[in-house]
Design a protein around this ligand. Structure first.
Ligand code: FPP
Length: 246
């Protein structure tokens, strides 16, 4: 029995988020420069995006570049930005063919103009696609997102648009970069590290966490299926007791 056929289509996570980690170690262990790992990481991005769309996952969010990643060596940052541009250009057809809508979260103002231009172009071209929303977290940090939301809300209070009593979870949600996305159901991190690294802290409140030792460039469809099968075996209680659920 293939792994894929063990997935129950009625209990799919609505939102999968992935911390794509291990590109650098993958390359280093093979005696290559770190950037070679990122290059190979783009292949896993493509297969994962296509597999998620095929399975019927409605939302996939990938941590492609964090606010902290700006501190990496200049060459690495430059290569990552170039890879983004080339992947966006190359994969526009894949997105259209699979009816995938591209979305981006993060401090996009910080991105080089060339990246922003290509990104906004693909977002616009794919805006009517309905099968899956692919969100790239770029120059993204969850604390930055929460600071940004807090400032916007304070501004509205100051200008009497809302009152303090109006502040609730829904309102905070509406001021996050992820305002149109559902909460994360399944968070996957590759490479053996077991950290969240400032990714979607608010949105993963009730997510199931899945860690695999596989480095991101080696992450295959089978690894994705394993993660989903593992997710489907878990009982999600959202604070309730097991008896209340059954
Ligand atoms: C983490 O590995 C990975 C990144 C910081 C970048 C992820 C980028 C890609 C997969 C390629 C471009 C993305 C898209 C969406 C086209 P690491 O460098 O931290 O690995 P290490 O922990 O082994 O050093």
């Amino acid at each position: 029995m293939s792994l894929k056929s063990k997935i129950h289509s009625e209990n799919l996570p609505k939102h999968i988020a992935i911390i794509m980690d291990g590109n650098g170690r993958w390359a280093k262990e093979k005696g290559f420069l770190r950037v070679f790992g990122h290059e190979n990481g783009t292949k896993s991005v493509k297969t994962t995006v296509e597999s998620c769309a095929e399975l019927g996952i409605e939302n996939l969010t990938l941590y492609a570049f964090s606010t902290e990643n700006w501190n990496r060596p200049k060459l690495e940052v430059k290569t990552l930005m170039q890879l983004l541009i080339s992947s966006l250009k190359k994969e526009m057809n894949t997105l259209q063919k699979n009816s995938i809508r591209l979305n981006a979260i993060g401090n996009l103002e910080h991105l080089p103009a060339r990246v922003r231009k290509e990104l906004l172009h693909v977002i616009d071209e794919t805006k009517n696609n309905t099968r899956m929303t692919l969100t790239l977290a770029l120059s993204y940090g969850s604390r930055d997102e929460l600071v940004n939301a807090t400032k916007q809300i304070c501004d509205k209070v100051k200008n009497n648009i809302i009152s303090v009593e109006n502040i609730d979870e829904t309102l905070i949600n509406q001021h996050l970069y992820t305002q149109n996305l559902p909460d994360v159901d399944l968070l996957i991190r590759t490479s053996g590290e077991k950290r969240i690294s400032n990714f979607l802290l608010w949105q993963i409140a009730y997510a199931e966490l899945y860690f695999t030792d596989v480095y991101w460039p080696d992450f295959t469809n089978e690894n994705l299926y394993e993660a989903i099968i593992n997710y489907q075996k878990r009982e999600r209680r959202f604070g309730k007791t097991s008896e209340q659920l059954h």
